[in-house]
Design a binder for this molecule. Structure first.
Ligand code: PLP
Length: 386
């Protein structure tokens, strides 16, 4: 039996110890354990829909109609008219023949990869892909090759090393910790040349880019049968769960084969009703995306003037690259003393030496709140230099 205490001490010494805090979120303001109010810039509620009254009301109506638990997996008798309607509405919105609901994005990625690939098949992944895509590779037992982040030359090299078998390229659409975009038109072209699946994890693109439809719409990609778009419902949509959108045959295959779909209880139908209400808002209210874009521009201008270590991101994910764990923690703590909450992101979530503050913006932030963040960053960056 391993010595857990010694291991935990080691994590502590590396400044990588994680603590789960209890925070009461009220829009962009969080009440901390000690009652203090913190202005938060770290949630993925990019459009400010998570606490929208229409979404909460839909959840309550759904609970009144369906109760709480779905009672069973989708293929037994857990699939309700609410789930069915949400799948149809998501498919229509994303412009695909079908969509299939999953309990989480994590499970959806496991499901797609392990259903379409097996031992002897090939999987190419960007080095900065989300952990769930990497775990999906393990579950599938396919041979995994990781290419340097958004590096098409390195990808081409790896493609040259691939033998016979099914081939899939999996990538985040918007990279979750860097905020930059995958070069999707080029990736799609390579996938066509090699008759490969393109699994696009659009957790951070859906709702935000392409007038809400995500990175495929942002790039004007042809929605061909090899393109699989995975969207999560817990980020810009503000609810919970995930969906995979693609061809009729793809969805039918997932229903037959995907163990993270088959062997788990369907999410509550009331949640599907909440997601339907949120999808209507997400689709209709362009002002949320427009306001968010203005905040992104304002933040980047301000951060550039302060000479902060900004990454080249056009999305609401605006990380400040700080390097060491100590440095990321000390910036985060200094901000918190000024009433601003931005959690430090450390390895293994990001590669060693690239600890950061992952600042995220939301349509729920006002320009004045954004300026409070910039003012606090100005103070902290002076403090930390001194
Ligand atoms: C959040 C996230 C997921 C997982 O989605 P959940 O619904 O939270 O399980 C998958 N991929 C990326 C890129 C993510 O950021």
């Amino acid at each position: 039996m391993q010595d857990l205490k010694a291991k935990l001490d080691q994590v502590r010494q590396q400044q990588r110890y994680r603590r789960c805090r209890s925070l009461q979120r009220n829009g962009v303001v969080c009440r901390a354990e000690d009652g203090r109010e913190l202005l938060a810039f770290c949630s993925n509620d990019y459009l400010g829909l998570a606490q929208h009254p229409q979404v909460s009301a839909a959840l309550q109506r759904g609970a009144a109609e369906y109760g709480v638990g779905s009672g069973a997996a989708h293929l037994i008798n857990g699939h309700s008219p609410a789930h069915q309607a949400l799948e149809e509405e998501l498919a229509a919105y994303l412009g695909r023949p079908r969509a299939l609901l999953f309990s989480t994005g994590y499970m959806a990625n496991l499901a797609v990869i392990s259903s379409l690939l097996g031992r002897g098949d090939w999987l190419l992944q960007d080095r900065l892909n989300h952990a769930s895509l990497l775990d999906g590779a393990q579950l599938s037992r396919a041979r995994l090759k990781r290419y340097a982040h958004v590096d098409l030359a390195d990808l081409q090299r790896r493609l040259g090393e691939i033998g016979s078998g099914e081939l899939m390229l999996a990538t985040d659409g918007v990279f979750s910790m860097d905020g930059d975009l995958a070069p999707l038109p080029q990736l799609q072209q390579l996938c066509q040349q090699h008759q490969a699946w393109l699994l696009l994890d659009d957790a951070h693109g859906f709702g935000v880019l392409g007038s809400g439809r995500g990175t495929p719409a942002h790039f004007g990609l042809a929605l061909e049968d090899n393109l699989i778009q995975m969207v999560t419902l817990g980020k810009a949509l503000g609810t919970f769960g995930a969906a995979v959108a693609g061809s009729e045959d793809l969805i039918e295959s997932l229903i037959q084969q995907a163990r993270p779909y088959i062997f788990t209880t369907a999410t509550p139908p009331a949640l599907a009703e909440a997601s339907r209400a949120a999808l209507r808002l997400l689709a209709a209210e362009d002002w949320r995306r427009e306001h968010l874009q203005r905040l992104i521009r304002r933040f980047r201008q301000g951060a550039q003037q302060l000479d902060l270590p900004l990454l080249d991101s056009p999305t609401p994910i605006q990380p400040l690259l700080l390097g060491s764990e100590e440095r990321a923690l000390s910036w985060s703590q200094a901000l918190e003393q000024m009433g601003i909450l931005v959690t430090a992101i450390r390895p293994p979530t990001v590669p060693p030496g690239s600890a950061r503050l992952r600042i995220t913006l939301s349509a729920a932030h006002s320009p004045e709140q954004l300026d409070r963040l910039l003012d606090a960053l100005a103070v902290v960056s002076r403090q930390q230099k001194a």
